[in-house]
Design a protein around this ligand. Sequence first.
Ligand SMILES: [Zn+2]
Length: 330
Amino acid sequence: QHNSSILWSEPGLNLKVSPAQIRRLASQVDGTRLWESYLRPILIERLPGTKGSLAVQQHITSTLTSLSAGWSIDLDSFQSPTPRGQVTFTNIIATLDPAARRRLLLACHYDSKALPPDPLAPERVFVGASDSAVPCAMILELATSLDAQLRSFKQQKLPVTLQLVFFDGEESFEEWTTTDSLYGSRHLAELMANTPLAAASTHATMIQAVDLFVLLDLLGGPDPLIANHFDNTARWFDRLIAAEKRLHRQGLLSSHPSEQAYFRKDVYLGPVQDDHIPFLHKGVPVVHIIATPFPQFWHKMDDTEENMHRPTVENLTKIVAVFLAEYLGF
Ligand SMILES: [Zn+2]
């Protein structure tokens, strides 16, 4: 079990991010780059173990290796039985400083769901724009827009670092069950629980080093409502609320009618099964950034680029940028 009291201390928390820093962070987020360079290449069918999956893996890893911060990239490839037979899955893990004793883990899934063909349009494929191409593109844009800050942050050799995880096999092949779903996150949580942290002077495992697991999913549609799911991380959810309000008050969000439009503590529609579950079960604190209710196009062929709302995606990326800057203390 994860004993957070042993390892936990507040990270380089900087709650005094100034208005000028907020303006700078917002201005570094490039919505065109996010959309055209990062999102479009992911909007293909990307079933685990296929050519499409490999193309997206290469897109993610080549983007991260092109940055100056110097990400260490690990591929966690494994085979698992599925209702469709033996399938190869590959999680992508990028760690800013593998020597750090603690990690803020930011995650999404990059596989797409296998949907039966639409009889009226048999050539159409499911591209899962919100599920979860947009969250993947947001994470790539965050790594790019914060590249200079992440580079100097890493040079300070602080105890906390940033880890990005792109899970494979989140989706079930048939009906969602505990064995047909979450292939990648179940595998990685088990692997991290059985792998000692390389950092000297600790006996901790990789999973014990995860301070906080922030999961993005089902984002990209207009007017998302994002509820707080966990009491033990409510103080981090409060930072997201505060970031949204500060960006709004500084006029840095667009198509954003009220200062608390997305992150809300007054809505809760119940728990959601997602890639955080295997980590949650091992005691990792979780913040789940997911739209509830799910978008209308959820697991439908029209979860497409046309139904995404660009200003919302840019706004959410700015909010998470401010959150990362506060958490990591830059
Ligand atoms: Zn899905």
